[in-house]
Design a protein around this ligand. Structure first.
Ligand SMILES: Nc1ncnc2c1ncn2[C@@H]1O[C@H](COP(=O)(O)OP(=O)(O)OP(=O)(O)O)[C@@H](O)[C@H]1O
Length: 278
């Protein structure tokens, strides 16, 4: 591509032969509260999700984990009745401020959902490239980015001989890794994952967990999980959310995963992580 032409959109990706830069962004949530209409569902969440780490959001159903996750890449505002207070900074930059457009925020902070959602009739390669299209990103090195993204998602070896086949022919676990690859094409700083293994069998789950482990040096990961073993296996930090009856969800405690599981400060954390409720 001719980089000398200043009118051309500069691709986000590095040159094809360049390595993926080791990076990841730090997300800092301060006093985040959220509402759906008049109903307050989250209260005063303070949480730092550091670069190079996996942060697990745990807690019983309905305590606001997914809402919090969606606030982190401005998806919460897609619900017409939704509102929020507080701030979220990505490396010190306010993601709700005027210096970042919403498309830039969603490009730098990607999301992988509970149920794999590839375009089933579209080819495997086109599904990965759709990550560029969905975020309005132009890239000269499309082919290399497809291989790089599939490799980083741990899927390249399984699909390299059938990139033109429809994605609907992949197993559930492969489809989820394809969705991870799709998110990685724009080289995000942060990847948000909302129960990414809940629709998968144990073998596929372990494969995704390995992928998370491989990715964390390059991308900050925030994952919602109901699986306590998974939180222990994949995360370095944990935040325990809880909503008392008719109250919004709050973070009871957060810290290193080993502390949350082995010596939490709050008895409710201990009860939850040891399966005594929720
Ligand atoms: N679109 C919505 N409109 C109205 N209320 C909503 C909406 N989405 C979530 N809520 C409510 O907000 C609260 C928090 O929900 P949220 O999905 O964030 O919790 P969660 O901890 O992720 O739950 P789960 O673990 O079951 O996914 C719940 O009371 C839920 O009913």
């Amino acid at each position: 591509m001719n980089n000398a032409d200043p009118t051309r959109t500069k691709p986000l990706a590095s040159p094809p032969d360049g390595p993926v830069r080791s990076r990841g962004g730090t997300l800092t949530a301060s006093q985040v509260s959220a509402w759906f209409g008049a109903s307050k569902v989250l209260e005063g969440v303070d949480l730092e999700m550091g670069a190079g780490r996996v942060t697990a959001l745990i807690g019983p159903s309905g305590c606001g984990k997914s809402t919090f996750l969606r606030i982190l890449n401005r998806m919460h505002e897609l619900v017409p009745s939704a509102s929020l207070a507080g701030s979220v900074l990505l490396d010190g930059q306010d993601i709700y401020g005027t210096s970042l457009r919403v498309t830039q925020v969603r490009r730098r902070i990607g999301m992988v959902f509970q149920k794999p959602n590839p375009f089933p009739a579209m080819s495997i390669a086109d599904n990965v490239a759709a990550g560029l299209k969905l975020t309005g990103t132009r890239a000269a090195n499309r082919t290399e980015l497809i291989e790089e993204s599939l490799s980083r998602a741990g899927l390249w070896n399984e699909v390299k001989g059938r990139l033109r086949d429809p994605a609907g022919g992949l197993s559930g676990g492969q489809q989820q890794r394809l969705c991870i690859a799709r998110s990685l094409t724009v080289r995000p700083d942060v990847l948000l994952m909302d129960e990414p293994c809940s629709a998968l069998d144990p073998t596929s789950t372990r494969r995704i967990e390995e992928t998370i482990g491989e990715l964390r040096e390059q991308v900050t990961i925030v994952i919602v999980t109901h699986n306590m073993q998974q939180a222990q296996r994949v995360s370095q930090r944990c935040a325990f959310f809880l909503a008392a009856e008719n109250e919004p969800g709050r973070v009871v405690e957060s810290g290193p995963t080993s502390t949350i599981f082995d010596s939490p400060r709050d008895a409710r954390t201990s009860d939850y992580v040891h399966g005594r409720f929720g």
